[in-house]
Ligand binder design. Structure first.
Ligand code: C5P
Length: 285
């Protein structure tokens, strides 16, 4: 096989709750991660020595700061791999957006190198390497619907949702996840998320209704510094997309929409007035 090509899927958070700060400085989370059909294409091939990253994007680094590089380095350190690897990242997922774009590329590199180079790393080992690279990377190893706890790396996979359409809108702003968590720690917003009820709704395959308490506790924090989040949410809600939330630390806003509203979704995306935003529609997977 000359090269291996893998799809690296983005995620949204259907809810995100913070239980507290851990001894290691990370936050103890409770969230539902949901993969969506928006993906980067990762191509892996062999080279004599070293890690070489290339990309079509001018927004991501190609050196050691790229999570895909870190992932390749961890795989090399944890296996008896003796050659080098070429990684090409064909980027479609917006960067620093709350969609796990960097994490999913890293997960694809871990899975891809294991397969392409026949490294025989077991599932637990892959998970271990993934969580060393980043909190969202373990989930990205296996797309679907999962309840994530701990740093976000303890995963209970749930039955997949009935398929929903998803609108994504990202204002032309990047946010630092680290900074948003730090600001959260200094704030005192009080959002109660009825986690048991929400999980039960997923498990029973009930229709998901925003009135049941789906929320993201980081949302007011990000809204404070990125005013566009609220503006975009209001536009989407006014169009009748009730299930509208921010994903991760933002600033991407998504609407989860019944498939029957396909035409309204397409019209909304086509006629979007804020031309500087990234906007697309996709579906849950
Ligand atoms: O794990 P990852 O490197 O992707 O996390 C990025 C940043 O987000 C961390 O440096 C930390 O500031 C914050 N974070 C956190 N608690 C988590 C996950 C991430 O505080 N559970």
């Amino acid at each position: 096989m000359e090269q291996l090509s893998i799809k690296a899927y983005a995620k949204i958070n259907l809810f995100l709750n913070i239980k507290g700060i851990r001894d290691d400085g990370y936050h103890e989370l409770e969230m539902v991660m949901q993969s969506i059909n928006l993906y980067d294409n990762i191509k892996i091939s062999s080279r004599k020595k070293g890690i070489n990253i290339e990309t079509n994007s001018d927004e991501i680094p190609t050196g050691k700061d790229n999570l895909a590089y870190k992932a390749a380095q961890r795989v090399i350190d944890e296996s008896n791999f003796s050659k080098g690897v070429n990684i090409f990242i064909d980027k479609n997922i917006p960067v620093a957006a709350g969609l796990a774009g960097g994490s999913t590329d890293a997960a694809a590199v871990i899975k891809g190198m294991n397969k392409y180079f026949n490294l025989d790393l077991e599932k637990d080992k892959l998970h271990d390497i993934a969580s060393q690279v980043g909190s969202d990377v373990p989930f990205c190893l296996k797309p679907g619907t999962a309840f994530a706890t701990g740093r976000g790396d303890k995963l209970e996979y749930l039955n997949s949702l009935k398929s929903y359409k998803v609108i994504l809108v990202k204002p032309p702003v990047m946010v630092s996840t680290k900074k948003i968590y730090e600001m959260y720690d200094k704030s005192n917003y009080n959002i109660e998320i009825p986690i048991k009820k929400l999980l039960s709704n997923i498990k029973k395959r009930n229709s998901l209704n925003i009135k049941d308490g789906w929320a993201n506790v980081l949302e007011p924090v990000t809204k404070n510094i990125v005013k566009e989040v609220e503006t975009i949410e209001n536009i989407l809600k006014n169009k009748g997309f009730d299930f509208t939330l921010m994903t991760g630390s933002g600033p991407t806003v998504f609407s989860l929409v019944e498939k029957s509203k396909k035409e309204l979704i397409e019209k909304t995306v086509q006629n979007w007035q804020r031309k500087q935003d990234f906007i697309t529609h996709t579906e849950t997977i």
